[in-house]
Design a protein around this ligand. Structure first.
Ligand code: TYD
Length: 390
Protein backbone atom coordinates (compact mmCIF):
# COMPACT_ATOMS: atom_id res chain seq x y z
CA UNK A 1 0.00 0.00 0.00
CA UNK A 2 1.53 3.35 -1.02
CA UNK A 3 0.28 6.51 0.59
CA UNK A 4 -0.66 9.27 -1.85
CA UNK A 5 -2.96 11.60 0.08
CA UNK A 6 -2.86 13.25 3.48
CA UNK A 7 -5.95 15.12 4.63
CA UNK A 8 -4.59 15.80 8.10
CA UNK A 9 -6.14 15.25 11.51
CA UNK A 10 -9.87 14.77 11.14
CA UNK A 11 -12.69 14.15 13.61
CA UNK A 12 -15.18 11.34 12.96
CA UNK A 13 -17.24 12.66 10.08
CA UNK A 14 -20.70 11.82 11.35
CA UNK A 15 -20.12 12.69 15.02
CA UNK A 16 -22.14 15.90 15.21
CA UNK A 17 -21.59 17.77 18.47
CA UNK A 18 -24.31 18.77 20.92
CA UNK A 19 -24.02 22.23 22.50
CA UNK A 20 -23.01 21.04 25.94
CA UNK A 21 -20.05 19.13 24.49
CA UNK A 22 -18.73 22.01 22.39
CA UNK A 23 -15.72 22.56 24.62
CA UNK A 24 -14.88 18.89 24.99
CA UNK A 25 -11.81 17.67 23.18
CA UNK A 26 -12.74 15.78 20.01
CA UNK A 27 -11.10 12.49 19.07
CA UNK A 28 -9.19 12.99 15.83
CA UNK A 29 -7.45 10.57 13.52
CA UNK A 30 -5.12 10.97 10.61
CA UNK A 31 -7.02 10.77 7.36
CA UNK A 32 -4.75 9.57 4.61
CA UNK A 33 -5.28 7.33 1.62
CA UNK A 34 -3.15 4.76 -0.17
CA UNK A 35 -3.06 2.73 -3.37
CA UNK A 36 -2.44 -0.99 -3.53
CA UNK A 37 -0.54 -1.79 -6.73
CA UNK A 38 -1.47 -5.47 -6.58
CA UNK A 39 -5.24 -5.20 -6.64
CA UNK A 40 -5.60 -1.47 -7.52
CA UNK A 41 -7.59 -0.89 -4.37
CA UNK A 42 -7.68 2.61 -2.90
CA UNK A 43 -8.32 2.81 0.81
CA UNK A 44 -7.83 5.03 3.81
CA UNK A 45 -4.80 4.01 5.81
CA UNK A 46 -6.00 4.36 9.37
CA UNK A 47 -9.42 3.02 10.18
CA UNK A 48 -11.81 3.66 13.04
CA UNK A 49 -13.67 0.79 14.73
CA UNK A 50 -17.09 -0.02 13.29
CA UNK A 51 -18.67 0.29 16.73
CA UNK A 52 -17.57 3.92 16.93
CA UNK A 53 -19.02 4.77 13.54
CA UNK A 54 -22.10 2.62 13.17
CA UNK A 55 -24.14 2.64 16.34
CA UNK A 56 -27.55 3.79 17.53
CA UNK A 57 -26.54 7.42 16.95
CA UNK A 58 -26.00 7.03 13.22
CA UNK A 59 -27.48 10.12 11.55
CA UNK A 60 -27.68 9.25 7.85
CA UNK A 61 -31.15 8.26 6.68
CA UNK A 62 -31.52 7.32 3.05
CA UNK A 63 -35.28 7.95 2.97
CA UNK A 64 -34.75 11.63 3.68
CA UNK A 65 -33.45 12.10 0.15
CA UNK A 66 -35.89 12.20 -2.74
CA UNK A 67 -33.06 11.29 -5.13
CA UNK A 68 -32.17 8.14 -3.17
CA UNK A 69 -35.80 7.07 -2.68
CA UNK A 70 -36.45 7.34 -6.37
CA UNK A 71 -33.20 5.55 -7.32
CA UNK A 72 -34.09 2.64 -4.98
CA UNK A 73 -37.64 2.41 -6.29
CA UNK A 74 -36.52 2.17 -9.90
CA UNK A 75 -33.98 -0.53 -9.02
CA UNK A 76 -36.47 -2.52 -6.92
CA UNK A 77 -38.93 -2.56 -9.83
CA UNK A 78 -36.19 -3.73 -12.17
CA UNK A 79 -35.17 -6.51 -9.77
CA UNK A 80 -38.75 -7.72 -9.40
CA UNK A 81 -39.33 -7.71 -13.16
CA UNK A 82 -36.06 -9.25 -14.34
CA UNK A 83 -34.83 -11.52 -11.54
CA UNK A 84 -38.15 -12.42 -9.87
CA UNK A 85 -36.39 -13.18 -6.55
CA UNK A 86 -37.98 -15.32 -3.87
CA UNK A 87 -35.77 -13.61 -1.32
CA UNK A 88 -33.89 -10.31 -1.45
CA UNK A 89 -31.42 -9.44 1.31
CA UNK A 90 -30.11 -5.92 1.73
CA UNK A 91 -26.84 -5.40 3.58
CA UNK A 92 -27.09 -1.97 5.17
CA UNK A 93 -30.84 -1.52 4.91
CA UNK A 94 -30.66 1.84 6.71
CA UNK A 95 -34.20 3.12 7.39
CA UNK A 96 -35.84 0.98 4.72
CA UNK A 97 -35.80 3.20 1.63
CA UNK A 98 -34.99 0.17 -0.53
CA UNK A 99 -36.64 -2.77 1.23
CA UNK A 100 -39.99 -0.99 1.59
CA UNK A 101 -40.39 -1.47 -2.18
CA UNK A 102 -40.76 -5.23 -1.67
CA UNK A 103 -43.33 -7.58 -0.23
CA UNK A 104 -42.52 -8.13 3.49
CA UNK A 105 -42.28 -11.88 2.97
CA UNK A 106 -39.69 -11.56 0.24
CA UNK A 107 -37.10 -9.26 1.76
CA UNK A 108 -34.75 -9.16 4.74
CA UNK A 109 -32.74 -6.18 5.95
CA UNK A 110 -29.41 -6.16 7.76
CA UNK A 111 -28.71 -2.96 9.65
CA UNK A 112 -26.36 -2.70 12.65
CA UNK A 113 -27.47 0.82 13.61
CA UNK A 114 -30.31 0.15 16.02
CA UNK A 115 -31.97 3.54 15.58
CA UNK A 116 -32.39 2.75 11.86
CA UNK A 117 -33.24 -0.96 12.19
CA UNK A 118 -36.05 0.06 14.52
CA UNK A 119 -37.71 1.91 11.60
CA UNK A 120 -38.00 -1.20 9.43
CA UNK A 121 -38.84 -3.54 12.33
CA UNK A 122 -41.67 -1.20 13.26
CA UNK A 123 -43.18 -1.70 9.81
CA UNK A 124 -42.83 -5.47 10.28
CA UNK A 125 -39.97 -5.93 7.81
CA UNK A 126 -37.65 -8.68 8.98
CA UNK A 127 -34.43 -6.93 9.98
CA UNK A 128 -31.30 -8.24 11.65
CA UNK A 129 -29.66 -5.50 13.64
CA UNK A 130 -26.16 -6.93 13.32
CA UNK A 131 -22.93 -6.25 11.48
CA UNK A 132 -22.64 -8.23 8.28
CA UNK A 133 -20.54 -11.38 8.82
CA UNK A 134 -20.37 -15.13 8.25
CA UNK A 135 -22.31 -15.96 11.40
CA UNK A 136 -25.22 -13.77 10.36
CA UNK A 137 -25.11 -15.01 6.80
CA UNK A 138 -25.41 -18.63 8.03
CA UNK A 139 -28.34 -17.65 10.21
CA UNK A 140 -30.20 -16.02 7.30
CA UNK A 141 -29.34 -18.95 5.00
CA UNK A 142 -31.33 -21.20 7.33
CA UNK A 143 -34.43 -19.17 6.45
CA UNK A 144 -33.64 -19.28 2.73
CA UNK A 145 -30.85 -18.55 0.26
CA UNK A 146 -31.01 -15.10 -1.33
CA UNK A 147 -31.67 -14.75 -5.05
CA UNK A 148 -30.61 -11.12 -4.85
CA UNK A 149 -28.23 -9.57 -2.36
CA UNK A 150 -28.11 -5.81 -2.59
CA UNK A 151 -25.80 -3.41 -0.84
CA UNK A 152 -25.60 0.31 -1.47
CA UNK A 153 -22.91 2.46 0.10
CA UNK A 154 -22.15 -0.15 2.71
CA UNK A 155 -19.54 -2.69 1.56
CA UNK A 156 -17.02 0.12 1.07
CA UNK A 157 -17.53 0.88 4.78
CA UNK A 158 -16.50 -2.61 5.95
CA UNK A 159 -12.81 -3.17 6.56
CA UNK A 160 -12.55 -6.94 6.19
CA UNK A 161 -13.57 -7.55 2.58
CA UNK A 162 -12.55 -11.19 2.81
CA UNK A 163 -15.22 -11.81 5.43
CA UNK A 164 -17.74 -9.72 3.49
CA UNK A 165 -17.49 -11.86 0.36
CA UNK A 166 -17.21 -15.16 2.23
CA UNK A 167 -20.46 -14.32 3.98
CA UNK A 168 -22.09 -13.32 0.67
CA UNK A 169 -21.01 -16.61 -0.90
CA UNK A 170 -22.79 -18.54 1.85
CA UNK A 171 -26.08 -16.73 1.43
CA UNK A 172 -26.28 -16.28 -2.34
CA UNK A 173 -28.38 -18.90 -4.15
CA UNK A 174 -26.77 -20.88 -6.98
CA UNK A 175 -27.92 -18.52 -9.72
CA UNK A 176 -28.39 -15.59 -7.42
CA UNK A 177 -26.99 -12.14 -8.11
CA UNK A 178 -25.19 -9.64 -5.99
CA UNK A 179 -25.72 -5.95 -6.70
CA UNK A 180 -23.23 -3.54 -5.20
CA UNK A 181 -23.44 0.22 -5.43
CA UNK A 182 -20.72 2.56 -4.20
CA UNK A 183 -19.02 5.84 -5.17
CA UNK A 184 -16.85 5.46 -8.25
CA UNK A 185 -13.12 5.98 -7.85
CA UNK A 186 -12.93 7.28 -11.41
CA UNK A 187 -15.49 9.99 -10.59
CA UNK A 188 -13.81 10.79 -7.30
CA UNK A 189 -10.38 11.21 -8.85
CA UNK A 190 -11.47 12.96 -12.04
CA UNK A 191 -13.66 15.43 -10.07
CA UNK A 192 -11.01 16.07 -7.40
CA UNK A 193 -13.76 15.06 -4.98
CA UNK A 194 -11.35 14.38 -2.15
CA UNK A 195 -14.21 14.66 0.32
CA UNK A 196 -15.24 11.13 -0.67
CA UNK A 197 -12.49 10.23 1.77
CA UNK A 198 -13.62 10.15 5.38
CA UNK A 199 -13.54 7.65 8.21
CA UNK A 200 -16.54 5.63 7.00
CA UNK A 201 -15.35 5.37 3.42
CA UNK A 202 -12.64 2.82 4.00
CA UNK A 203 -12.53 1.91 0.31
CA UNK A 204 -13.35 3.76 -2.87
CA UNK A 205 -13.89 1.03 -5.40
CA UNK A 206 -13.01 1.01 -9.06
CA UNK A 207 -14.25 -1.68 -11.43
CA UNK A 208 -10.71 -2.96 -11.86
CA UNK A 209 -10.18 -3.34 -8.12
CA UNK A 210 -13.56 -4.87 -7.37
CA UNK A 211 -13.16 -7.32 -10.24
CA UNK A 212 -9.85 -8.53 -8.81
CA UNK A 213 -11.15 -8.83 -5.27
CA UNK A 214 -14.32 -10.78 -6.04
CA UNK A 215 -12.57 -13.13 -8.45
CA UNK A 216 -11.11 -14.99 -5.44
CA UNK A 217 -14.65 -15.90 -4.41
CA UNK A 218 -15.61 -17.15 -7.88
CA UNK A 219 -17.67 -14.09 -8.54
CA UNK A 220 -17.62 -11.84 -11.61
CA UNK A 221 -19.19 -8.58 -12.72
CA UNK A 222 -21.60 -9.11 -15.61
CA UNK A 223 -23.16 -5.68 -15.89
CA UNK A 224 -22.51 -2.18 -14.69
CA UNK A 225 -24.39 1.11 -14.52
CA UNK A 226 -23.00 4.58 -13.92
CA UNK A 227 -25.20 6.45 -11.46
CA UNK A 228 -25.30 10.11 -10.51
CA UNK A 229 -25.98 9.41 -6.82
CA UNK A 230 -23.37 10.28 -4.19
CA UNK A 231 -21.42 12.35 -6.70
CA UNK A 232 -21.07 9.53 -9.23
CA UNK A 233 -21.42 5.89 -8.28
CA UNK A 234 -21.24 2.55 -10.01
CA UNK A 235 -23.80 -0.18 -9.67
CA UNK A 236 -22.18 -3.56 -10.25
CA UNK A 237 -24.21 -6.65 -11.13
CA UNK A 238 -22.29 -9.73 -10.02
CA UNK A 239 -22.86 -13.46 -10.54
CA UNK A 240 -21.10 -16.69 -9.79
CA UNK A 241 -18.59 -17.56 -12.52
CA UNK A 242 -20.34 -20.91 -12.96
CA UNK A 243 -23.72 -19.34 -13.61
CA UNK A 244 -24.38 -19.12 -17.35
CA UNK A 245 -27.77 -17.44 -17.25
CA UNK A 246 -26.40 -13.93 -17.62
CA UNK A 247 -24.00 -12.89 -20.37
CA UNK A 248 -21.23 -10.48 -19.53
CA UNK A 249 -22.31 -7.16 -20.99
CA UNK A 250 -20.14 -4.68 -22.87
CA UNK A 251 -20.73 -2.11 -20.11
CA UNK A 252 -18.15 -3.90 -17.94
CA UNK A 253 -15.32 -3.83 -20.45
CA UNK A 254 -16.19 -0.26 -21.40
CA UNK A 255 -15.84 0.92 -17.79
CA UNK A 256 -12.62 -1.04 -17.34
CA UNK A 257 -11.19 0.62 -20.45
CA UNK A 258 -12.22 4.07 -19.20
CA UNK A 259 -10.54 3.43 -15.85
CA UNK A 260 -7.33 2.14 -17.36
CA UNK A 261 -7.23 5.00 -19.85
CA UNK A 262 -7.58 7.50 -17.01
CA UNK A 263 -4.67 5.81 -15.27
CA UNK A 264 -6.34 4.12 -12.30
CA UNK A 265 -3.73 1.35 -12.43
CA UNK A 266 -0.87 3.81 -11.98
CA UNK A 267 0.41 5.35 -8.79
CA UNK A 268 1.36 8.52 -10.69
CA UNK A 269 -2.36 9.24 -11.26
CA UNK A 270 -2.98 9.30 -7.51
CA UNK A 271 0.04 11.49 -6.92
CA UNK A 272 -1.29 13.93 -9.49
CA UNK A 273 -4.67 13.83 -7.75
CA UNK A 274 -3.00 14.68 -4.46
CA UNK A 275 -1.42 17.79 -6.02
CA UNK A 276 -4.81 18.82 -7.39
CA UNK A 277 -6.32 18.43 -3.91
CA UNK A 278 -3.78 20.89 -2.49
CA UNK A 279 -4.49 23.37 -5.23
CA UNK A 280 -8.24 22.91 -4.69
CA UNK A 281 -7.78 23.88 -1.04
CA UNK A 282 -5.79 26.98 -2.02
CA UNK A 283 -8.43 28.12 -4.51
CA UNK A 284 -11.32 27.49 -2.13
CA UNK A 285 -9.63 29.52 0.59
CA UNK A 286 -9.00 32.32 -1.90
CA UNK A 287 -12.73 32.42 -2.69
CA UNK A 288 -13.66 32.54 0.99
CA UNK A 289 -11.11 35.27 1.71
CA UNK A 290 -12.40 37.34 -1.18
CA UNK A 291 -15.95 37.11 0.18
CA UNK A 292 -15.01 37.88 3.76
CA UNK A 293 -17.71 40.48 4.39
CA UNK A 294 -20.50 38.56 2.71
CA UNK A 295 -23.18 36.46 4.35
CA UNK A 296 -22.09 32.92 3.64
CA UNK A 297 -23.87 29.84 4.90
CA UNK A 298 -23.37 26.13 4.25
CA UNK A 299 -25.98 23.98 2.47
CA UNK A 300 -26.11 20.32 3.55
CA UNK A 301 -24.00 19.42 6.59
CA UNK A 302 -22.63 16.28 4.96
CA UNK A 303 -19.93 13.92 6.15
CA UNK A 304 -18.12 14.98 2.99
CA UNK A 305 -18.12 18.63 4.03
CA UNK A 306 -16.53 17.61 7.31
CA UNK A 307 -13.45 16.49 5.34
CA UNK A 308 -13.36 19.73 3.31
CA UNK A 309 -13.86 22.09 6.25
CA UNK A 310 -11.26 20.39 8.41
CA UNK A 311 -8.73 19.97 5.63
CA UNK A 312 -9.09 23.60 4.50
CA UNK A 313 -9.49 24.88 8.08
CA UNK A 314 -12.75 26.63 7.29
CA UNK A 315 -14.75 27.44 10.41
CA UNK A 316 -17.43 29.79 11.74
CA UNK A 317 -15.38 32.81 10.69
CA UNK A 318 -16.09 31.95 7.06
CA UNK A 319 -19.43 30.12 7.21
CA UNK A 320 -22.03 31.50 9.63
CA UNK A 321 -24.07 28.31 9.90
CA UNK A 322 -25.25 25.34 7.84
CA UNK A 323 -28.77 24.50 6.76
CA UNK A 324 -29.72 20.83 6.75
CA UNK A 325 -32.99 18.93 6.43
CA UNK A 326 -31.95 15.99 8.66
CA UNK A 327 -33.75 16.34 11.99
CA UNK A 328 -30.93 14.59 13.90
CA UNK A 329 -28.35 17.18 12.82
CA UNK A 330 -30.36 20.29 13.67
CA UNK A 331 -29.00 22.46 16.50
CA UNK A 332 -25.86 20.38 16.59
CA UNK A 333 -22.42 21.49 15.40
CA UNK A 334 -20.26 20.08 12.64
CA UNK A 335 -17.34 18.02 13.94
CA UNK A 336 -14.04 19.87 13.96
CA UNK A 337 -15.16 23.16 12.44
CA UNK A 338 -17.92 23.44 15.08
CA UNK A 339 -20.23 25.35 12.75
CA UNK A 340 -23.87 25.38 13.91
CA UNK A 341 -26.43 23.42 11.88
CA UNK A 342 -29.84 25.05 11.59
CA UNK A 343 -33.16 23.70 10.42
CA UNK A 344 -33.44 24.20 6.68
CA UNK A 345 -35.33 27.22 5.37
CA UNK A 346 -35.63 28.23 1.73
CA UNK A 347 -32.66 30.46 0.89
CA UNK A 348 -33.41 34.16 0.83
CA UNK A 349 -31.17 36.85 -0.64
CA UNK A 350 -32.25 39.20 2.17
CA UNK A 351 -29.90 37.52 4.61
CA UNK A 352 -27.79 35.14 2.51
CA UNK A 353 -25.39 36.07 -0.29
CA UNK A 354 -23.62 32.77 -0.82
CA UNK A 355 -24.25 29.14 0.13
CA UNK A 356 -21.38 26.66 0.24
CA UNK A 357 -22.63 23.42 -1.32
CA UNK A 358 -21.79 20.81 1.30
CA UNK A 359 -24.21 18.45 -0.46
CA UNK A 360 -22.75 19.08 -3.94
CA UNK A 361 -23.88 15.59 -4.91
CA UNK A 362 -27.47 16.88 -4.77
CA UNK A 363 -26.71 20.01 -6.78
CA UNK A 364 -29.53 19.40 -9.27
CA UNK A 365 -32.16 18.78 -6.57
CA UNK A 366 -30.92 21.77 -4.56
CA UNK A 367 -30.73 24.23 -7.48
CA UNK A 368 -34.24 23.24 -8.38
CA UNK A 369 -35.40 23.95 -4.84
CA UNK A 370 -33.57 27.27 -4.67
CA UNK A 371 -34.61 28.64 -8.08
CA UNK A 372 -35.82 31.86 -6.53
CA UNK A 373 -32.62 32.49 -4.61
CA UNK A 374 -30.60 31.99 -7.78
CA UNK A 375 -32.96 34.17 -9.82
CA UNK A 376 -32.60 37.00 -7.34
CA UNK A 377 -28.80 36.92 -7.54
CA UNK A 378 -28.02 34.46 -4.75
CA UNK A 379 -24.91 32.40 -5.43
CA UNK A 380 -23.47 29.03 -4.51
CA UNK A 381 -19.87 28.12 -3.80
CA UNK A 382 -18.66 24.66 -4.70
CA UNK A 383 -15.32 22.90 -4.69
CA UNK A 384 -16.28 20.15 -7.18
CA UNK A 385 -14.85 19.64 -9.77
CA UNK A 386 -12.86 22.78 -8.84
CA UNK A 387 -13.57 25.70 -6.50
CA UNK A 388 -15.88 28.21 -8.10
CA UNK A 389 -18.87 30.46 -7.57
CA UNK A 390 -22.06 29.49 -9.36
P1 TYD B 1 -25.19 12.80 1.85
O1 TYD B 1 -25.32 13.11 0.43
O2 TYD B 1 -25.57 11.50 2.32
O3 TYD B 1 -23.69 13.07 2.17
P2 TYD B 1 -22.67 12.36 3.16
O4 TYD B 1 -22.75 10.91 2.87
O5 TYD B 1 -21.39 13.03 2.77
O6 TYD B 1 -23.11 12.73 4.56
O7 TYD B 1 -25.98 13.85 2.74
C1 TYD B 1 -26.73 14.88 2.25
C2 TYD B 1 -27.03 15.87 3.37
O8 TYD B 1 -27.52 17.06 2.80
C3 TYD B 1 -28.04 15.39 4.37
O9 TYD B 1 -27.65 15.75 5.68
C4 TYD B 1 -29.30 16.15 3.97
C5 TYD B 1 -28.76 17.40 3.37
N1 TYD B 1 -29.64 17.99 2.35
C6 TYD B 1 -30.29 19.17 2.63
O10 TYD B 1 -30.13 19.73 3.72
N2 TYD B 1 -31.11 19.70 1.68
C7 TYD B 1 -31.31 19.11 0.48
O11 TYD B 1 -32.06 19.62 -0.36
C8 TYD B 1 -30.61 17.88 0.21
C9 TYD B 1 -30.81 17.20 -1.11
C10 TYD B 1 -29.80 17.36 1.17
Amino acid sequence: MTKFLDLGAQPLANSYIIKKNLNKKEKKFNLSAGFNKKNYLVSILKTVSKERMFNSDYPYKSSESKTMRSSFKILANKIKKIYKPKLVVEIGSNDGAFIFNFDKKKVIGVEPCKNLARKTIKRKYKTFSNYWDVKLSKKISKINKADVIYSANTLSHIEDLDKVFKAINILLSKNGILIIEDPSLLKCISNTAYDQFYCEHIYIFSTISLRKIISKYDLEIFDLENLTTHGGSNRYYIKRKKCNIYKIKKSVEMEVKKEIKYGLKKLSTYKKFSKKVKSSRKKLLEIFSRLKNKNIIGYGATAKSCTVLNYCKIDGKFIKYFYDTTSYKINKFLPGSKILIKKYKKLNVKNIDYAFLGAWNFKKEIFNKEKNFLKKGGKFITHVPFPKII
